[in-house]
Design a protein around this ligand. Structure first.
Ligand code: HEC
Length: 126
């Protein structure tokens, strides 16, 4: 029911936004408040978690100056690169995809939230 209500709100506001991508990123910025305790995306800065500036296209566990878990480093070495599919899986259930990750975040349940937060992160990636 909540998803339906959200859909109606989004549809109602769409005519005032020039591109649907901008709409997604704006919604994603709100979702990102859940990540902000640990992550920064609009500038290149590590906090509790690694900087998410430029994360799209980056190999997992490779941001300079961040002390990753062995699990995340291993994920990168095994070829995990952050793009839409891998981020969707990871953000859904971080511990399930990277067993032993030190990202203590249970994951996002709503696929729409995940898509929107990825759209938000894309703004800060090349
Ligand atoms: C409680 C703190 C915390 C929260 C909240 C959190 N993260 Fe993380 N995140 C981390 C830590 C710590 C790592 C490093 C994980 C490791 O080394 O295993 C990480 C790693 C990541 C990575 C991998 C980055 C890389 O360089 O490989 C991504 C992507 C990510 N987080 C996205 C998010 C998003 C998006 C959210 C919000 C939906 C979020 N995180 C919420 C702490 C957090």
């Amino acid at each position: 029911m909540r998803a339906i209500a959200l859909f109606i709100v989004l549809s109602a506001t769409t005519p005032f936004v020039s591109s649907s991508q901008a709409q997604d990123a704006a919604a994603g910025e709100k979702v990102f408040t859940k990540c902000k305790v640990c992550h920064v995306a609009d500038k290149d800065q590590n906090k509790v978690g690694p900087s998410l500036n430029g994360v799209i296209g980056r190999t997992a566990g490779t941001h300079p100056g961040f002390s990753y878990s062995a699990a995340m480093t291993a994920a990168g070495k095994s070829g995990v690169k952050w793009d839409e599919p891998t981020l969707t899986t990871y953000l859904h259930a971080p511990q399930a995809m990277v067993k032993g990750t030190k990202m203590t975040f249970p994951g996002l349940k709503d696929d729409k939230d995940i898509a929107n937060v990825i759209a938000y992160l894309k703004q800060f990636s090349k």
